[in-house]
Design a protein around this ligand. Structure first.
Ligand code: UDP
Ligand code: MG
Length: 328
């Protein structure tokens, strides 16, 4: 039977949390009185996560899983899950219980009331470091300033999406997937459900600073061209400055011909400053160019090594899922 609800959980070395996550999610599923499926996406875990998934699948046929051939990162793991989810409504949540499954019924109520995207919005983050909080706070606000898309602040990937939204997401060909941005970009009726982000149930954070930073850059580069314009603005500014300098130098030569002009210090400082500006602008350019390169290569965005309970389109080897094939 085709499920009404799909739950997608990206899993990367979550052996300590998976059992408890399943238990809490199962309690919610039982209370829904509807056909449901859980899609666990193993993102190349090196611990017992995959074995636990096989185990859960044996015990509960509602559990389906796909295992990526290596660690592709959280966004790609969710993307893969979305591709195979069949529900009329699809919920994406973390496997570490930071996104409380108990919020799902409230999301479903809003969905039944006619919303297509119901995202969870954090009112508080418990026990996350001050650096991470500050970084997240600034990032979401800078991103809002830089883009035309109305991206609600303090929302992660925890959400419920209608089939319509999932179909559009699946059809988007881009490889750089900043899902919470794409979700906002799609439009339709969207609303928030406030919640407090709980501390991780067990285990360590799998999102290293590097991964978070790279996600932040992807978010900005995928949705804004403002950084590219920085070079133009800085160029204009420096050109204006140079013009003023020319006037000053001519004045100096005419009215104080004997006085020595300006010292080495200012020249050295100017060279360093302008080199820095140029390198920075090159870096920004490189960031965009690198992404063009990634898109043009056209590689599949993930490879699968194992699936269970999932229908893979006929004629398709699970090892070589080309994005276009998967999108049917
Ligand atoms: N995750 C993943 N691949 C990764 C990193 C994380 O699938 O490369 C999963 C992880 O198992 C968890 C979710 O993504 O279910 C969120 O990761 P985490 O809790 O470490 O980060 P947070 O968002 O809480 O900072
Ligand atoms: Mg977490």
């Amino acid at each position: 039977m085709k499920p009404v609800f799909s739950f997608i959980l990206p899993v990367f070395n979550e052996e300590e949390t998976l059992g408890e996550t399943y238990r809490r999610l199962a309690a919610i599923m039982d209370s829904l009185k509807a056909e449901v499926e859980i899609i666990l996406v193993d993102d190349g875990s090196s611990d017992r996560s995959l074995e636990m998934m096989r185990d859960l699948r044996q015990r509960d046929p509602r559990v389906r899983y796909i295992s990526l051939a290596r660690n592709f990162g959280h966004q790609i793991a969710v993307t893969a899950g979305l591709r195979f989810a069949q529900g009329d409504a699809v919920v994406v949540l973390d496997a570490d219980l930071q996104d409380p499954p108990e919020l799902i019924p409230a999301m479903i109520d809003k969905w039944r009331a006619g919303y297509q995207v119901i995202y969870a919005q954090r009112t508080a983050r418990q026990r996350e470091g001050p650096a991470k909080k500050l970084f997240a706070y600034l990032f979401y606000r800078v991103l809002r300033l830089l883009t035309n898309v109305d991206m609600p602040a303090d929302t992660g990937d925890f959400c419920l999406m209608d089939r319509k939204i999932v179909d559009v997401l699946n059809a988007l060909p881009e490889r750089a997937r900043y899902l919470r941005g794409l979700r906002a970009w799609i439009g339709f009726r969207q609303t928030a459900v406030p919640f407090e982000r709980e501390p991780r149930f067990a285990g360590d954070v799998k999102y290293t600073f590097r991964k978070s930073f790279s996600l932040a850059v992807t978010g900005i580069v995928s949705f804004s061209r403002v950084p590219l314009r920085i070079a133009t603005y800085l160029g204009l500014l420096v050109a204006g400055f140079a013009l003023v300098m020319v006037v000053v130098v001519i004045y100096w030569r005419l009215f104080h011909p004997a006085a020595p002009l300006i010292g080495y210090t200012i020249i050295t400082a100017a060279i360093f400053f302008l080199s820095a500006v140029q390198l920075l602008c090159l870096g920004i350019l490189g960031e965009y160019l690198g992404r063009v390169y990634e898109e043009v290569k056209g590689r599949p965005i993930f490879t699968l090594k194992e699936v269970a309970g999932i229908t893979v389109p006929p004629g398709l080897s699970i090892n070589q899922p080309r994005w276009s094939d998967l999108a049917e």
